[in-house]
Write a protein that binds this ligand. Structure first.
Ligand SMILES: [Zn+2]
Length: 422
């Protein structure tokens, strides 16, 4: 027969407190003093002991309370992040600096998370700095393969499996030198260089929602391990930022789901030369951190430059070699027409009705000379208000990858790709 659970009273917990505080040998010795004090205590003073008794009487309540608390904290944090973002974008619109303001996007690839020491083992990092006017400029990309040091025994299989299925970065060898300190110092340097001189506030860093928890944990861990100011890394939802930015000129997206869909669609995920030198010639380029942050910038620019009459430059706002990739609004027009044709075809098969005429009209529209034989840039101009001039292909932004020393001009610049702007 299981032992009968003895319920402890609020007074019992107070008695324990008195025993510990006054260093009595046992609870019996503390009884007299506790009795006297308990009688004189106000209901507010007794409350913490009563709550503890209630929680201990129902162990599930503890778990439930923790979950409710965590949920509430998470909701509050999300709401605060969203308000911060609206406030920031509003401020930039008011001051007429939205299109020149620099934004940062961060991504980590990892080998694994070890339960035994509760540590993440990152494999690769990329941070990009961009604005709507210029897209990604030379030297504004920092990316590096990470050597996280020796991974604890027992995780080899997990590491190999994750690497094989995603980024394909080989597991660190025993003698590989850990470069985590270099990585976190470099990220801090980038943030410090962009710190607001008046408010001393660091710029927000945007991370995809699916990577947010892991990124926060990696930054917590690295900042604690190498004594770096964690306040320098203010992580925000990329999806929400994109949503607010898209609506900054005029509210066109009624809900967040539109920015989520655009990011999930990941229109440029088939373009290999957006990746770092390590991933450039591998089939895993889609998982490359540099490729991911670059794609995110291109998706944002593709959707957010037109309302501000910004001419998009291949290699900076959109992929350099993407003459076949159409701006988001043109693609949406075509998708709509395709759907409409399909609907009408189903509704009026092989009849000489006005619907058939509609189909012909729509087909003509879809394959009109306006859309045939035009380059991406021409279409971009045609579809957008008052843009002028021709598109000059630019060099792909240089990056500081692997052994290259840093980000931005003052830190040195890296390799370049593509054709030089005339
Ligand atoms: Zn890479």
């Amino acid at each position: 027969m299981p032992p009968k659970y003895k319920k402890k009273s609020a007074f019992y917990y107070f008695l324990e407190y008195v025993k510990t505080a006054k260093r009595y040998k046992s609870l019996a010795y503390a009884q007299d003093e506790a009795d006297k004090r308990w009688k004189l205590m106000t209901p507010e003073e007794r409350l913490p002991y009563q709550e503890k008794a209630k929680r201990d009487a129902n162990p599930n309540l503890n778990l439930e309370n923790d979950m409710i608390r965590l949920e509430r904290e998470e909701k509050e944090a999300t709401l605060k992040n969203q308000n911060d973002m609206k406030h920031l974008i509003n401020k930039l619109v008011q001051s007429n600096t939205l299109t020149s303001e620099y934004f940062h996007i961060l991504h980590f690839n990892t080998f694994c998370y070890c339960d035994s020491n509760q540590k993440h083992y990152p494999a690769e990092v990329a941070m990009v700095r961009f604005n709507l006017n210029e897209g990604i400029e030379d030297g504004n990309m920092f990316s590096s393969i990470i050597q996280p040091g020796r991974i604890p025994i027992g995780y080899t299989l997990t590491v190999r499996q994750k690497s094989g299925e995603t980024h394909q970065i080989p597991e660190p060898t025993i003698d590989s030198e850990c470069n985590l300190k270099f990585i976190i110092s470099k990220l801090y340097e980038i943030m410090a260089a962009n710190q607001n001189s008046t408010t001393k506030e660091y710029p927000p860093i945007f991370v995809r929602d699916c990577d947010k928890t892991e990124t926060n944990q990696i930054l917590n861990q690295l900042c604690a391990d190498y004594s770096i100011d964690r306040q320098a890394f203010r992580i925000y939802s990329l999806q929400y930022f994109f949503f607010v930015l898209r609506n900054a000129h005029r509210e066109v997206w009624p809900s967040l789901s539109q920015s989520i869909t655009e990011i999930e669609k990941d229109s440029y995920d088939c373009i290999p030369n957006l990746s770092c030198p390590y991933h450039k010639d591998t089939s895993a380029f889609i998982y490359c951190s540099e490729c991911i942050v670059t794609r995110m910038v291109y998706i944002i620019c593709d959707n957010c430059c037109a309302p501000w009459n910004i001419t998009m430059k291949p290699g900076r706002h959109i992929p350099f070699n993407s003459l076949c990739v159409k701006p988001a609004d043109v693609r949406r027009d075509e998708e709509f027409l395709e759907r409409r044709i399909n609907q009408l075809s189903v509704a009026a098969p092989e009849t000489e009705s006005s619907d058939s005429d509609d189909i012909v009209d729509l087909r003509n529209n879809l394959s009109s000379p306006r859309r045939e034989n035009v380059t991406y840039s021409q279409m971009a101009v045609a579809g957008r208000p008052s843009t002028s001039g021709s598109f000059a292909p630019l060099r792909r932004p240089t990056t500081t990858s692997l052994s290259v020393s840093g980000m931005y001009n003052f830190l040195g610049s890296g390799r370049g790709r593509g054709i030089i702007r005339k």
